[in-house]
Design a protein around this ligand. Structure first.
Ligand code: PLP
Length: 432
């Protein structure tokens, strides 16, 4: 079976005449898997409909936000009701406090929090706050961790833990990149070493507590705890970037799952239920440095937008139901077990990872994939072929070997069974 993507192809050609690369975010261009992107028209539950009339089971979920499934009726009606009352005020609303209280109930480490419009804004603002609070400029991040596209964070290190940062993109000033130290995720020794040399100049460590932007890599035992200790020892702040993991790996995110408390947390994706929202928050004494209470400036015309707050609240209320995350975890495990069984039947080496409702697929012989360099040795070319074989079967996986997979409440036994059967045929085709 091969689906037609004729209309998508035409729309992509037209889009390229007016939008750079035809897309508003690079991963959508399918560079990681080859071919042309599929243009979507509508979505409901676990399914997206493309412009050629194909119905696809979706494991991207808008890159995470759609944990209830697409177009959940409660979220849609909350947005619709709010729209009738006004789209944006640029003045305080009760909804903002209601959502903030709900977030704090779920993430008690966020004693005070502020709403922003994206994950990028959340991490960028948290970094500025950490620098302003500590009066230090250097920050530590990990290779392969993604925290959005702000200048300080769009940096990867050259070889060696303390090599000065090199910008990952033209346009990021070298002077700024030099303040970003990039270390190896899941390698606590490299962190201890770096801090033994420049620890008293470091404002913060920012980390994806489960890495989800180099496929899905859970933290090895002791890594997050170790980061906490190093930060405490050197007076640096620990920032958990839970833009992806928040409300997904467990209700209370990675910090609840692993029992490690950061100083600051950044959220995005699910908190907006599909509308543009981010948030950052944490220790009261740190957050009180933020304007208008303190000197660290941060603002936003649309921050706390009422439609986005309404969508976020409806989403969080739904996913707070007891058993929600246990069910999602079980479903993801079932899916991965099916994938592994089918891969093995066709003689294909597949490793998987999972934390709650996020998962990873690695085509590799390595028994474990814990680090960035190990991810880079996985067979990305094979993933690309697998992606297209699955797309032909009506299954939409992430169009890149470096992204995590997401499952939603709307994925039922039927969808999971169909996906496993599709994988069986895809592996059969690819192993011929
Ligand atoms: N942090 C993490 C962990 C992310 O996964 C992302 C986006 O994928 C971001 C930050 C940036 O969020 P946004 O794309 O909403 O700016």
């Amino acid at each position: 079976m091969s689906l037609s993507h004729e209309r998508s192809s035409t729309l992509f050609t037209e889009a390229q005449t007016v939008i750079p690369g035809g897309v508003n975010s690079p991963v959508r261009a399918f560079k990681g898997v080859g071919g042309k992107p599929v243009f979507f028209k509508s979505a409901k539950g676990a399914y997206v409909q493309d412009v050629d009339g194909n119905s696809l089971i979706d494991y991207v979920g808008s890159w995470g936000p759609m944990i209830l499934g697409h177009n959940h009726p409660d979220v849609v009606s909350a947005v619709r009701d709010q729209a009738l009352d006004g789209l944006s005020f640029g003045a305080p609303t009760a909804l903002e406090t209601e959502l903030a209280l709900k977030v704090r109930e779920i993430f008690p480490s966020m004693e005070l929090l502020r709403m922003v419009n994206s994950g990028t804004e959340a991490t960028m603002s948290a970094i500025r706050l950490a620098r302003g609070f500590t009066h230090r400029d250097k920050i530590v991040k990990f290779e392969g961790n993604y925290h959005g596209h702000s200048d300080s964070l769009l940096v990867k290190a050259g070889s060696g833990a303390l090599t000065l940062g090199v910008p990952s993109s033209p346009g990021v000033p070298e002077a700024l990149a030099e303040s970003t130290i990039t270390l190896t995720y899941n390698d606590l020794e490299s962190v201890k070493q770096a801090f033994s040399e420049v620890g008293n100049e470091v404002a913060c460590i920012i980390v994806e507590p489960v890495a989800g932007n180099m496929n899905c890599i859970p933290p090895v035992k002791g890594f997050l705890e170790g980061l906490r200790e190093v930060c405490d020892e050197h007076g640096a702040l620990l920032i958990f970037d839970e833009v992806m993991t928040g409300f997904r790996v467990s209700l209370g995110g990675a910090q609840a799952h692993y029992g490690v408390k950061p100083d600051l947390t950044t959220l995005g994706k699910i908190i907006g239920g599909g509308l543009p929202v981010g948030a950052f928050g944490g220790r009261k004494d740190v957050m009180e440095h933020l304007a208008p209470l303190g000197p660290v400036y941060q603002a936003g015309t649309l921050s706390g937008n009422p439609l986005a707050m309404a969508a976020g609240l409806a989403t969080l209320k739904n996913l707070s139901r007891p058993g929600f995350h246990a069910e999602l975890t079980e479903k993801a495990a079932k899916l991965l077990t099916g994938f592994k069984e089918k891969a093995s039947e066709h003689g294909i080496s597949l490793q998987t990872s999972q934390v709650g409702a996020m998962f990873g697929l690695f085509f590799t012989d390595q028994p474990r994939v814990d680090r960035f360099d190990q991810v880079m040795t996985c067979d990305g070319e094979f993933y690309g072929r697998f992606f297209h074989a699955m797309l032909d079967e009506g299954i939409y996986l992430a169009p890149s070997a470096f992204e995590a997979g997401f499952i939603s409440d709307a994925h039922g036994d039927l969808e999971i069974q169909k996906t496993i059967e599709a994988a069986d045929r895809a592996f059969q085709k690819l192993s011929m």
